[in-house]
Write a protein of this length. Sequence first.
Lengths: 201, 89
Amino acid sequence: MSPLVKPNAVFVNIPYDERFRRLYLAYIVGLTHLGLEPRATLGISGTERRLDRILALIQSCRYSIHDLSRVQLDRTPPCTPRFNMPFELGLTVTWAKLNPAQHSWFVFEARPRRVQKSLSDLDGSDPNIHDGTVEGVMREICNAFVRSRAARPAVPEMMRTYRGLSSKLNEIIAAAGARSVFEARIFDDLCFAAKAAISHT
Amino acid sequence: MGRSVYITTPIPTLDEVGKSLKMSKARQQRLIEIVTSSAPVRFSVRRRDASGSIDGRARNRNGNAKLSTLRIGPKSSMLSKKSKHVAAG
C-alpha cells in the first residue's frame, strides 16, 4: 500500500557534503518561501531497510527535486562518484510513470547541457540550471513551482531570508548539539527556522 | 519531468510547520528566539586619536603619531613615512 501523499511535500534529492552547504540551505529556504515542505533522506528513521524507506519517502511527496550537479569524484578515499542522486531519480521516475497524478519531478543542474552527457536517458527533458549559486537555486525553484501572483515571493526577498538564516546557522547547530548541517535534527530545525524567519519579516 | 507546476495548496502557518515536523513547543520556541534575536554586531573602530589606530599608536589631530609614543631606534622602521617625518621634525 502506498503512503498518503502530502500535497505540499517536496523530496529534495541532493548531495550531503560541506561543499553543498550553501545550496542545501538555499533549497530549504526557497521551498519554504513557496509554502512547500522540504523532505530529505536525512530525516529517515525506523528499522526498515533504507531503500524501502527512501521509496516510501518519495511516494509520500507530491513533488521532488533531483540535483545532479555533483558529478565529480568524491574526495574521500576510495574516490568514487556518488550514485545516490541518479539512483533515487530513477526510483522517482518509475513511481511518477506509474502514478502520474501523484508525483511531479524536476532535475536541477549547475551547468547547461551537462546532464545530456552525464545522464543521456533524460534527453528531451529540460533540467533547471541554477549555475551553482544560491540565487540560481531560488530562481529555478520559482520557475518550477508557480504560485498565484499574490502569494509569489520575489527572489530578493528569498535571498534576504537566506542571508538571515545563514548568519544563524552556527547558532542553530550549536543549540542542537550537532556537528554538521547534514543531520536529521538540523534539517528539521532549518525547515522550521526558515519558516520562522519568513513569518518574522 | 515537469517544466513547472502551479501550486494552489494553502501556505502552512508556523504552527502547522512545527506540528508537521513533530517538534516540541520548547524546541520551536528556542528556534524562534535564535531567528528573531538580533546578532551581536562586531566591528572595530579605528580612531586616529586613540591607541587603537592602524599601527597601534596614539595620534594627534593631524593623524600623526604622537611624539611621546614614537619608538626611536631600531624599531623606527615600523613607522609610516609620515610618522618618521614628524619624528625627524
